[in-house]
Design a binder for this molecule. Structure first.
Ligand SMILES: C[S@@+](CC[C@H](N)C(=O)[O-])C[C@H]1O[C@@H](n2cnc3c(N)ncnc32)[C@H](O)[C@@H]1O
Length: 221
């Protein structure tokens, strides 16, 4: 099945509210647990969460890694709004957690992060090289990198089967987004090619995960 890109930024109010209200806790916690497994010595002192949306992963990271400051960035104000609201209710976190509206590519983003993390951003990007350039731009030598995303199924029928299995009872806007996202996602082979073109193939590795994800991880030289 050919890739069909979807809009990059999630700027719709209904879309953003439905996303923020959905319960992704099992998958989000699995992502953080996987990072602990891959990087048992921790993520260092500064983590950037690219395409952070409502901050589900950013909040978990700051809770799980108490030595780290976390910056979540997203280009969509509607998606960032719930993150900022939640942070306002947790003032104790404010010295260590920030959210900024920024759209990648953003050459003005300060570099020097000890970890670069992203969940479900890659498939939104019309040009996937934007993510790999951001990884190189932002991470220090030795930085931990963990990227998780959907992987594109082989057929439209396989897309619908996943939607039925995982989102049959979700609001229709989320079901629509999920189908569009699976069509927009990349395959592990395509991501391997992207890493080669970005000069990252010897630093990051790609693998399929479960029945619908792929993950990319490693350390920058
Ligand atoms: C599916 S959401 C994932 C949100 C979050 N990472 C999570 O796991 O819940 C993808 C997010 O990427 C953001 N995004 C897409 N393209 C972007 C870009 N070029 N720069 C910054 N954010 C972008 C969208 O606005 C959206 O909030």
């Amino acid at each position: 099945m050919q890739r069909t890109p979807e809009p990059e930024l999630m700027e719709g109010q209904e879309q953003a509210l439905a996303y923020a209200a959905a319960d992704f806790s099992v998958g989000d916690q699995a992502l953080v647990d996987r990072m602990v497994q891959l990087f048992p010595a921790g993520l260092g002192t500064s983590v950037v969460d690219l395409g952070c949306g409502p901050g589900n992963i950013s909040f978990r990271l700051v809770d799980r890694f108490p030595d780290a400051k976390v910056l979540g960035i997203d280009g969509a104000a509607a998606m960032l709004a719930p993150a900022l609201q939640k942070l306002s209710h947790r003032p104790a976190l404010q010295p260590r957690l920030r959210f900024e509206r920024r759209c990648l590519p953003d050459p003005s983003l300060l570099e020097g992060f000890t970890a670069v993390v992203s969940n479900s951003l890659l498939h939104h990007l019309h040009d996937p090289a934007v993510l790999w350039r951001a990884v190189r731009q932002l991470g220090v030598s030795g930085a931990c990198v963990y990227i998780k995303d959907l992987r594109r199924p082989e057929s439209p029928q396989a897309v619908l089967a996943l939607q039925q299995r995982y989102l049959a009872d979700a609001p229709s806007v989320l079901q629509h987004d999920y189908i569009a996202s699976l069509h927009a996602a990349f395959t592990p082979e395509e991501v391997t090619q992207q890493l080669q073109e970005a000069g990252l193939a010897d630093q990051l590795q790609v693998a399929s995960l479960d029945d619908r994800y792929l993950e990319v991880w490693g350390r920058l030289f």
